[in-house]
Design a protein around this ligand. Sequence first.
Ligand code: HEC
Ligand code: HEC
Ligand code: HEC
Ligand code: HEC
Length: 327
Amino acid sequence: MNALKDMLASPRLGDEKPGTCMTCKSSQVPAFVEQYGAELFYKTPVKELVEKHGFKHSVVCADCHDSKTMELKITRIAFKEAMQRRGIDISKASRQEMRSYVCGQCHVEYYFKGPGKYLTFPWDQGMVLDSIDAYYEKEGFSDWTHAESKAPMIKMQHPEFEIWSTGIHARSNVSCADCHMPYRREGAIKITDHWIRSPLGNLTNACLTCHRQSETEMRERVLQIQDRTYGLMQRSERAIISAIDGIKAAMQVGATDEELKAARQLHRKSQMRWDFISAENSMGFHSSQEVARILGDAIDYARQAELEAYKVLVKRGVPAKQVSYSE
Ligand code: HEC
Ligand code: HEC
Ligand code: HEC
Ligand code: HEC
């Protein structure tokens, strides 16, 4: 309900940010896209959409429902296009699939493709992190250059749909709505809870329909997964900082871009993995083993990056004891 307000209050927005940023924040997007086309929508600055085109409504019923039939509906073309490229016909989706697809329009990793900032989901080769990495490599894409290591980086954003899709619940056909919009009773009628929120505030409805344990036990299970994930995330952060420090040290003794190519590439790989988990909003719960695997890879790539940088230092005769090593 407050998505648009929150976005417009963000100092990051500035005057230049393209319409692409508005895609998941306003129910007026589909109508504009239908009238003027997606290219123009993505190119038009948010400021102009608000001031000239009267964008003022946040996410509402029509973002997930057909306004005539109330059927669940996909309203964002980036999701349609990405699924089409993967050979999936969403018009044939089952009702249970739609109960996750509606969320997958917005709760996903994406990037702005080309000068027109065309909203694109990097799923052509699959939705696991490794396929997303391969996609960005093939496109030769980076979002930014790291100020210290000068590595070409990818910024990940909220990949809930992707991470969920690798977990035991997706495999067991449990949808986003099953946990975030569980049924509740009003008298004799079962209705879908539209207070979309953390299931931790609603465990009886969200989990106990399928799990026979107590609320306390289910909460403990979630928190245990989240604590372990957080621990691994911090370890990967320390490893990534060591990689950056190693590359910086090599740069200080005059290492060339060619010599640092491997180290920078490994820094990119490790940090995009950490970011994929950090930017995902369940802190590991949506797919605990996959998340641990990705963070394990992040730590390994970061330490490999550090070793590559040290090889350069050693080659240049910097004594080992002068090479700082952080834990
Ligand atoms: C049109 C885009 C869009 C769709 C569709 C969408 N979301 Fe969101 N969702 C957002 C945005 C944007 C936010 C962040 C809002 C904010 O913080 O201002 C959000 C926030 C959330 C939150 C956090 C709420 C809180 O209390 O902080 C949850 C949970 C969530 N969404 C789950 C879902 C689920 C489940 C679905 C599918 C049934 C879904 N969303 C569909 C855009 C969307
Ligand atoms: C983020 C997506 C989303 C938004 C926004 C949303 N709904 Fe829903 N709605 C759902 C889902 C998912 C279901 C379950 C549909 C199913 O199981 O087939 C649902 C079900 C319903 C149903 C069917 C009855 C029931 O309780 O299951 C009605 C009626 C409904 N929504 C009305 C609304 C209205 C009115 C609004 C706006 C105030 C709204 N919805 C906003 C996702 C959404
Ligand atoms: C098996 C239940 C389950 C399923 C299925 C599930 N989630 Fe979650 N989700 C959770 C739990 C548990 C959390 C952690 C909540 C917390 O830490 O407060 C969470 C967290 C989130 C958050 C952050 C909420 C917040 O308040 O910060 C978002 C957003 C979210 N999920 C979206 C999704 C989307 C989108 C899908 C489907 C692609 C999905 N979830 C599928 C259980 C589920
Ligand atoms: C619609 C049914 C359904 C709902 C709702 C549901 N789960 Fe599950 N959950 C499952 C199934 C099925 C499995 C897999 C069990 C198996 O195959 O042994 C599972 C597995 C799990 C596991 C084990 C995960 C692992 O990696 O082995 C945990 C933890 C869990 N669920 C927690 C939750 C929590 C917390 C909620 C509520 C936020 C929840 N579930 C909601 C059906 C559900």
